[in-house]
Design a protein around this ligand. Structure first.
Ligand code: UD1
Length: 430
């Protein structure tokens, strides 16, 4: 168990660089299962979730070399013996379920623990299973595991009831090695889907239309190795931009793709922040006077990302006036409200809507991180608050943010990590 002690009230100033995307890296690591040739991935951030995905692949028989300093991952999935990831690994991270499609395509059989629910919602996998069933796979659920098999996947026309990111990725990966064409309608359009498609195409796949709701995949007999660099992490970028504005600082965030952040940039501008592109891949974010309250609704991309909703709520908690946050993607993503309230925020949750009455300031308090992005929100609140905040269960942050304390400290933040276990002990076994 780690906690962070934050001495708030210091405006963050300076320049900070964004790492490679977690949510792009995870499916691309899973995609390495589709070939027996080496897959080299550049820009892979050193995160707990990445370590978990590596452990899942190693458990399946992959040979993995990870050079954290150079953010370089080399994976060879040669002969894959019959193996099944442990429930412990899969329960740590829902994205482990992304090995389902590649394993079915490559091995024709798979046994995976059900990822089950998690803190931010029930998060079922029905869309993954429905799509793969349409391609000729059969599934049974036995003792909390999904047992899947196929005599050979074939292309199909699949309509997703909801544009699920994970289901789009699983189906897209499986379809690359299926017989014939797969048409995926109402597909997710997130930039991470495009990055995965680009990687698959560089392995010899034929994926057309990624980034739109209509993706066509022509199956090929085999895929080869590749070298692929992942896109920058738009959620990390957004969190840092918000940190600049919320602390009334002035930051330049480098190595981001402004196109991926349009909804956040529009909301920041609407709230009165100064946001300007200062280079092709850099944005300056600074606070104007006190931010103005705005209304926010999370949506699948290109709508406002649910992964930035908790962090934006901190801006509203400190804004002039009353704003609302409507969460449409996950049913239980307001768990950060409790911590924010104990820091003096005035937030009323009514079902999927939170009404946030802005206050002139927040005050430091002991708070418990509820989940990854909720932890980021409480960290931002602690950086802006007057006095000391103790963020308990801060290890949620290490799932999605790399060298965070060091980088925030380089911008002036005063914070210290206190580990109850030896340094990096959480990474053991992965
Ligand atoms: C991915 C992201 C996560 C982000 C989310 C939404 C990764 C590793 N994680 O998660 O950070 O918050 O997209 O942008 O990329 N659903 C079903 N049935 C299914 C699948 C999903 O009902 O079979 C529901 C979920 O419960 C949820 C919604 O669809 O309410 C969105 O889930 P999905 O887009 O699948 O998110 P993930 O891929 O799990």
């Amino acid at each position: 168990m780690d906690h962070l002690v934050i001495q708030g009230g210091v405006p963050l100033r300076g320049t900070v660089r964004v790492n490679g995307s977690k949510n792009a890296s995870l499916p691309i690591i899973a995609a390495a299962l589709l070939t027996d040739e080496p897959v080299i991935i550049e820009g892979v951030p050193d995160l707990l979730d990445v370590r978990t995905m590596i452990a899942v692949l190693e458990g399946l028989g992959a040979a993995v070399e990870y050079d954290q300093e150079r953010a370089l991952l080399r994976i060879i999935c040669g002969e894959l013996p019959p193996a099944a990831p442990s429930a412990d690994l899969v329960s740590r991270m829902r994205a482990s379920f992304l090995v389902l499609g590649p394993l079915l395509a490559r091995k024709k059989a798979v046994s995976l623990p059900l990822p089950g629910g998690c803190a931010i919602g029930t998060r079922p996998v029905d869309l993954h299973l429905k799509g793969l069933s349409a391609m000729g796979a059969s599934f049974s659920i036995v003792g909390g595991r999904v047992e899947g098999c196929t005599e050979g996947l074939r292309g199909a026309r699949i309509y997703l009831d909801f544009p699920s990111v994970g289901a789009t990725e699983n189906i897209m990966m499986a379809a690359t090695l299926a017989r014939g064409s797969t048409i995926l309608e109402n597909a997710a359009t997130e930039p991470e889907i495009v990055d995965l498609a680009n990687c698959l195409n560089s392995m010899g796949a034929v994926v057309v239309g990624a980034g739109t709701a209509h993706i066509r995949i022509e199956g090929v007999p085999r895929l080869g190795g590749t070298r692929h660099g992942v896109i920058p992490d738009r959620i990390e970028a957004g969190t840092l931009l918000l940190a600049g504005v919320i602390t009334k600082g002035d930051l330049i965030v480098e190595n981001l793709l402004p196109d991926h952040l349009k909804s956040l940039l529009a909301k920041l501008t609407e709230a009165g922040a100064l946001v300007e592109e200062v280079g092709p891949n850099a944005i300056r974010a600074a606070a104007g006077e006190r931010s103005a309250a705005v209304d926010l609704k999370t949506m699948p991309y290109p709508g406002f990302s649910t992964d930035l909703q908790p962090q934006f709520m901190v801006l509203l908690a400190l804004a002039e006036g009353t704003g609302t946050v409507t969460e449409t993607v996950f049913e239980n993503r307001f768990r950060h409200v409790e911590g924010l309230s104990s820091m003096g925020a005035r937030i009323q949750v009514e079902g999927r809507r939170a009404i946030v009455r802005g206050q002139p300031c927040l005050t430091g308090a002991p708070v418990v991180a509820p989940d990854l992005r909720g932890a980021a929100a409480l960290l931002l609140a602690g950086l802006a608050a007057q006095g000391k905040t103790e963020l308990l269960q801060a290890e949620h942050l290490w799932r999605g943010y790399c060298s965070l304390e060091e980088r925030l400290a380089s911008l002036g933040a005063q914070l210290k990590r206190i580990s109850a276990e030896p340094e990096r002990a959480l990474f053991t076994g992965s």
